[in-house]
Ligand binder design. Structure first.
Ligand code: COS
Length: 382
């Protein structure tokens, strides 16, 4: 058993860390305060190879593997979680197209994402009435000659107003002939296609530099060649993509909480009460120790799941375990960090306030904690 990173993994980690600390940390609070979408930074991440960490070099990726991807995501999330969301979804979309696309689809879209010629990709699965249960989606696609015609609404779509390509799921067979998740297909849609529009922008508690929008399809005609994978077999593609996506969210949670903990360690050493630094009190020390231990456990679960993915072994259950534990840990750690900052932690003078808001959604998106428990227990009981 090796617990050391390879040269490539260390290089990606260092590249992401150097860039994030130099370029992102100084503007992260402003991105949050002004709800500013970090377009310039995302382009630079692409130039560093971080928009396609686990994508073949022939498609413009870094070809560095899933563990390196986790390391890079942790570093970018430590600096700015809003930036990390767009990075995570874009890497996921690039991988989906690489894994399931035709030669033509791969060559058309993946280099756009890895090179930064478009700032992001978008993953359009959820709907207002179909979040944890995407099989209940109502968006439809019917075949009309050489085209598919899409109708419906998607909701909570990250970066949907900036994306250069959308992976969209729609029902292609009715529920009588294809019950449950059968009869769902996956499509690639380009922005600007007639009948396709971006709707409401959500006003969110955290990740305020990242945009979250609804999408609307009204008799939106896309070519037959826009089908990704097999007709009526698209649900599996979503599930497989989310397995990888959950590694990204676990890493995001770890990155955010690590930043909160580092800032708290510095704070408790200089904050004095009762004539001594509050770091002298066991009440503080034990919170720091528990946070460090739990975060390290989250890291190990996440590295293990990424290693399984990288080595082409089943990793669905392990990705859910990593996402469940890392996200719940991050919320707990960020909460403690605010508590250790006392009244200051409740103000915008200290970054822990932002970290707590930013990490909250990690127990919700790309599958709630409750869904992760479903995936894990099903695997146990099967
Ligand atoms: N990898 C490959 N295939 C998978 C899979 C995985 N991880 N998980 C499920 N599948 C396949 C199943 O094998 C089944 O295939 P067949 O139709 O060939 O039998 C199909 O997908 C349906 O699976 P299942 O019956 O388990 O689907 P359910 O509707 O019961 O849903 C859960 C399963 C709840 C796990 C799924 O709906 C889920 O992950 N929900 C959360 C969605 C989510 O994360 N939303 C956030 C969106 S992005 S912000």
């Amino acid at each position: 058993m090796h617990l050391e990173f390879t040269e490539t993994q260390s290089l990606i980690q260092q590249t992401a860390r150097d860039y994030a600390q130099r370029r992102i940390v100084p503007v992260a609070a402003q991105i949050d305060r002004e709800s500013r979408f970090p377009k310039d930074i995302l382009k630079e991440l692409a130039e560093l190879g971080l928009m396609g960490v686990n994508i073949p070099a022939s498609l413009g990726g870094a070809e560095a593997g899933a563990v390196a991807y986790v390391l890079a995501m942790i570093e970018i999330s430590r600096a700015c979680a809003s930036t990390a969301v767009a990075m995570s979804v874009t890497n996921m979309v690039g991988e989906v197209i690489t894994n399931f696309g035709t030669e033509e689809q791969r060559n058309r879209y993946v280099p756009m994402l890895t090179s930064g010629s478009v700032v992001a990709g978008s993953f359009a699965l959820s709907e207002g009435g179909a979040g944890s249960d995407p099989g209940a989606m109502r968006t439809t696609a019917h075949r009309d000659g050489n085209h598919w015609v899409l109708n419906g609404e998607k909701m909570w779509i990250s970066t949907g107003d900036h994306a250069g390509v959308f992976v969209v799921w729609a029902r292609t067979a009715d529920r009588q002939t294809a019950p449950g998740t059968r009869g769902i297909s996956c499509f690639l849609v380009e922005p600007g296609t007639p009948g396709f529009s971006v709707g409401k922008h959500e006003e969110k508690m955290g990740l305020r530099g990242s945009t979250t929008v609804s999408l609307s399809f009204e008799d939106c005609r896309i070519p037959a060649s826009a089908l990704l994978g097999e007709e009526n077999r698209g649900f599996r593609i979503a599930m497989m993509a989310l397995d990888g996506g959950r590694l990204g969210i676990a890493s995001q949670a770890i990155g955010i909480a690590s930043a909160a903990l580092e800032e708290t360690v510095a704070y408790v050493k200089q904050r004095k009460q009762f004539d001594r630094p509050i770091a002298d009190f066991q009440a503080i020390q034990w919170q720091l120790a528990d946070s460090r231990t739990e975060l390290d456990a989250a890291r190990m679960l996440t590295f293990r799941a990424a290693w399984l993915k990288e080595n082409k072994k089943p990793f669905s259950q392990e990705a859910s375990m990593a996402k469940l534990f890392a996200s719940e840990t991050a919320v707990r750690v960020c909460n403690r960090c605010v508590q250790m900052h006392g009244g200051y932690g409740f103000t915008k003078d200290y970054a822990v306030e932002r970290h707590l808001r930013d990490c909250r959604v990690t127990t919700i998106y790309e599958g709630t904690s409750e869904i992760q428990r479903t995936v894990i227990s099903r695997s146990l009981l099967r």
